[in-house]
Design a protein around this ligand. Structure first.
Ligand SMILES: Nc1nc2c(c(=O)[nH]1)N[C@H]1C(S)=C(S)[C@@H](COP(=O)(O)OP(=O)(O)OC[C@H]3O[C@@H](n4cnc5c(N)ncnc54)[C@H](O)[C@@H]3O)O[C@H]1N2
Ligand code: MOO
Length: 480
């Protein structure tokens, strides 16, 4: 049996895309030119760097109907945005949302995992808050041998009696140190003679195994800056430092609208109907990116239902799936025009996923339109939803990193490709089954490799985008 090549897995859609490219339909949205056109507010401004807007008039107002002696040339539609720039535009869109739109919230510790601190974590107490024993053994005063007192000292008890020189008292790890203790002798380092006197069997130093009050921090010290991602360890530190609640940046609310009459929510595909793969996949993925997913709604191919859903959504980010292209039931663009939305990204020079889009619905509300092909939807999720959500949630951008490719990867002539890979040793191994409609590759993957136009040869260093399940800090949060 012949091994399948990466190229084999491009599939018919990709091949078609390459043909379209040759027909001057390179962006797949059929849009060329630099994106000049009226904004939603109606002023004619250039759309820098592909931050294009709807050409509302261009669609409705043919040159022949314009007054004047010479017909104006047909206005050009916005060009698909280069992949790196699309990510920058999405991040910038989130930065433009006024901070007052989502003020910090006070969250009980058990609800704060995965959020970002809105204020520095300042110690509310000294840590430790009293001199404490680091070991089970004896608190001793002065050089041995020592007379051992009868009553011991346990953790959680009130201040014990002070010691006098030559005295020792049994003490537990975490118990308060009696005044005038000079050291703690570990249980395994002491021996009691037949007169009941305690002897050290090891050399010991002054202050040994005593944790002095304030060793880790003093009340008022800054333990962590604002902007810190709340991990399980941060929760532990916050509790130790006296916190019951944390001031955090709220998770942006996300609503998922799954479009398509052909989608089934259970059972086997039949009669041209297929299973909805995105309804189950997107909510946990969006959560891992920082969102609070408030609803997943299946709207079919109903333009009015989409219009109403977008008009009334309380979410800060609405994610639609499917309907981004120009087919008869592709309602996303017409509905955005109906809503007078501002289109920030209209197609991206990336495969799969080039019809993806980003629009501003309101000052504090964006729409990410994911293409219906499932791997294309993943591409849109990581290209547009990730920077948008990450920035709204106050999270830092992940450090970008590169690895050499194990095998050559075929490229698109002009567009970036995102290709599922696993990391084996210090190499990224491209996976097969990476066609736009396939999830088989990504389901086995650890990252997506960013393949530049023209492809990449074996050994070439490529940027990798980690998938959420590859990042240990997020995995616990993401999939619980
Ligand atoms: N004439 C052209 N047609 C298409 C182009 C093009 O450039 N010119 N681009 C193709 C590409 S590439 C993509 S991607 C899709 C994007 O289309 P839509 O976003 O409008 O998506 P749909 O048409 O609704 O669906 C596409 C495909 O995906 C399946 N699908 C949709 N939703 C789901 C879901 N939730 N779970 C599983 N599968 C889903 C749907 O049944 C279709 O097979 O447009 C191409 N066409
Ligand atoms: O190439 Mo499409 O965007 O199927 O993914």
């Amino acid at each position: 049996m012949t091994a399948r090549s990466d190229l084999d897995d491009l599939g018919a859609e990709e091949a078609l895309a390459l043909v379209n490219e040759g027909n001057g339909n390179g962006s797949g949205t059929g849009r060329g030119g630099q994106g000049l056109g009226p904004t939603s507010a109606g002023s004619a401004v250039p759309a820098p760097g592909g931050e294009g807007v709807y050409d509302v008039d261009a669609d409705n107002d043919s040159p022949g109907t314009r007054p004047g002696p010479t017909p104006a040339p047909a206005p050009e539609r916005p060009r698909a945005t280069p992949w790196p720039q699309a990510r920058v535009i999405a991040e910038r869109a989130a930065r433009r949302v006024p901070r007052t739109a989502s003020p910090p919230v006070s969250v009980p510790l058990d609800g704060a995992l995965g959020l970002v601190l809105a204020a520095p974590l300042t110690a509310l107490t000294d840590l430790p808050s009293f001199d404490t024993s680091a070991m089970d053994g004896w608190a001793v005063a002065g050089p041995g041998p020592w007379d051992v007192r009868e009553a011991g000292v346990l953790a959680g008890h009130a201040q014990p009696e002070p010691l006098t020189d030559g005295d020792a008292v049994r003490i537990a790890t975490g118990a308060r140190i009696p005044y005038d203790t000079t050291a703690v002798l570990r249980g395994e380092h002491g021996r009691t003679d037949d007169k009941g006197r305690l002897h050290p069997i090891r050399e010991m130093s002054h202050g040994q195994d005593i944790r002095p009050r304030g060793q880790e921090c003093r009340s008022g010290d800054q333990l962590l800056p604002a902007g810190t991602f709340v991990t399980p360890a941060v929760l532990g530190l916050a509790a130790a430092a006296g916190y019951d609640t944390l001031a955090a940046i709220p998770r942006p609310r996300a609503e998922v609208l799954v479009l398509g009459d052909e989608l089934l929510t259970e059972g086997l595909p039949h009669d041209g109907l297929i299973r909805d793969a995105l309804g189950p996949m997107l909510p946990p993925w969006l959560r891992s990116l920082g969102a609070d997913v408030i609803a997943v709604r299946r709207l079919g191919d109903d333009a009015d239902a989409l219009y109403e859903a977008l008009k009334n959504s309380p979410a800060e980010i609405v994610v639609t799936t499917g309907g981004t292209a120009a087919g008869p039931v592709d309602h996303v663009h017409p509905t955005l025009r109906r809503l007078d939305a501002e289109l920030l990204v209209h197609g991206v020079q990336v495969r799969p996923g080039h019809p993806m889009l980003l629009a501003r619905l309101k000052e504090n509300q964006h729409l990410v339109g994911l293409p219906g092909n499932p791997l294309a939807a993943v591409s849109g999720l990581l290209t547009l939803a990730e920077p948008l959500l990450r920035t709204l949630a106050g999270r830092a951008a992940p450090e970008s990193y590169t690895l050499p490719l194990k095998d050559e990867v075929h490229g698109h002539p002009h567009d970036t490709r995102l290709v599922p890979v696993v990391v084996r040793g210090d190499r990224a191994v491209p996976l097969h089954y990476n066609g736009p409609a396939m999830l088989r590759g990504i389901a086995a993957a650890e990252a997506l490799a960013v393949v530049p136009p023209g492809g990449a040869r074996a050994g070439q260093e490529l940027e990798l985008l980690d998938l959420p399940w590859a990042a240990a800090t997020e995995a616990g949060e993401c999939f619980t």
